[in-house]
Design a protein around this ligand. Sequence first.
Ligand SMILES: Cc1cc2nc3c(=O)[nH]c(=O)nc-3n(C[C@H](O)[C@H](O)[C@H](O)COP(=O)(O)OP(=O)(O)OC[C@H]3O[C@@H](n4cnc5c(N)ncnc54)[C@H](O)[C@@H]3O)c2cc1C
Length: 498
Amino acid sequence: MTALGFGIASAQAAPPKLAGGGGKKVIVLGAGVAGMTAAYELSKAGYEVTVLEARSFAGGRCQTARKGFKLTELGGETQECDFDEGLYINHGPWRIPYHHQSTLHYTKEFNVPVEIFVNDNDHSYVMFQHGKGPLAGKPLRKGEVAADMRGGAAEILAKSVKQGALDAQMSAEDREQLIAYLVGEGYLTNDLAYKGTEGRGFAIPPGPGVDPGPGKPSTPYAFADVLHSNAWRVLTSVSNYDQQRTMFQPVGGMDRIAKGFEGAVGHLIRYSHQVKSFKQNAKGVEVAFTDGDGKPGTIAADYCICTIPLSVLRQIDIQVSKPFKEAMANVAYAPVGKIGLQMKRRFWEEDHHIYGGHVYFDDPEVLSLSFPSTGWQSKKGVILGYYQFGGQAAKVSALSPAERQALAGRAGDKVFDGYSASIENSFSVAWHRVEHNLGGWAQWSDEERAKSYPVLCEPDGRLYLAGEHMSYIGGWQAGGIESAWQQIAKLHARVHAA
Ligand SMILES: Cc1cc2nc3c(=O)[nH]c(=O)nc-3n(C[C@H](O)[C@H](O)[C@H](O)COP(=O)(O)OP(=O)(O)OC[C@H]3O[C@@H](n4cnc5c(N)ncnc54)[C@H](O)[C@@H]3O)c2cc1C
């Protein structure tokens, strides 16, 4: 396709360059970021595109809950978000890594301003209860744990090297270099001891005059106590590929991305149109749906791009080959839960001087709570009260919204005095109980990734699948966007080859 000039080689950073669609008709199923990407690029290239979307709004998982946003989970009560004006929670996608150039391509294209999302904060806490020793079960500043763990480890290694423990493995020159590195990394003194560092904070911070003057340095924890606390488990040498210390978020809420797309392709979308079946033959495709009034209808086209999550699609009557149908059945979807808590006041900033980032728990019911990366120093804010996955998310999703709020409140009370008393209202979601999604994202096992995934990456007749589930960037908007880029490039090449 690159040879044909369709430019798929650069697909990760920019859409394929398509032209000459010649009015061929394409039905796109689903108006999430994948569906809207396909609709946008194909319509620009001269295709006649119609998008069928079951919801009354576009964006799919790319949602933001703010005042008036309603959600009824399957078998659950209806929640209406009651946050104050200007406050919101991104209860689906919430952060964008720098290397998701595809997502950032569209924020730029649609003039969606982005700001920094603080994804790591040394001044925030680690709350691990299942360790041992005097530090277990106490909120510890992450930076203190990091300084003392790295300092303690550097001291032991540096002294061992000095005492000849690695003489057989390393040359004298390399040993010297290693020690120099450890002195810098661990803030070691000339005698290779770790005695704390200003970076972990002061007991009395420096100030004016002679008192407090230079302040008083903090005292490091005993290395054995930090080891036993387990809190070091949150540390890594470098941040994960997907999780940099600072990331991006759209100003005003993640759904600004959906709105950006909608501004460009909204006129192509038929809202509240739920796909009921899909048929195809050698000449074209036909999709049956019910509209917002429950009235049935059909629409025909030359090709179909389907971005409906497989968790939903496999319950729809679609005419595809047996291997394709079998492959669709073989992927699990992740139970995922989030809750937004509107807080009376920004006590984490005012009392604890924490600006963004997360508190980490070893309690799987909570895992983390996260502070907003917006509205700094304003009166109120919305905290992400938990972010759970798997069995724990399934368990918590059985609770009512009020019970979920109480659970999140109890977790926060372990770290902050008056946390639950500060909660004014909440909005929670269990994505595996959300109609039209039935899960947070696809979770391919290694076996099914090798066996079923490649089958679904190829078209079945005139049907092309796209969406985050059709990528190795699962659980990210970039996966949806880039899979759409890949599939429309394939479709376009076929149209031109015909
Ligand atoms: C809790 C959570 C956190 C996340 N965090 C991040 C993050 O920080 N950053 C990031 O980039 N991504 C994140 N993601 C992932 C991101 O939200 C998804 O990968 C992306 O939005 C998926 O887009 P999509 O178009 O593939 O699917 P969807 O957005 O699910 O779109 C599919 C569309 O199909 C529609 N549909 C379903 N059934 C029918 C039917 N029968 N008829 C018609 N239409 C139908 C749906 O309504 C929906 O609009 C997160 C997701 C979750 C759930």
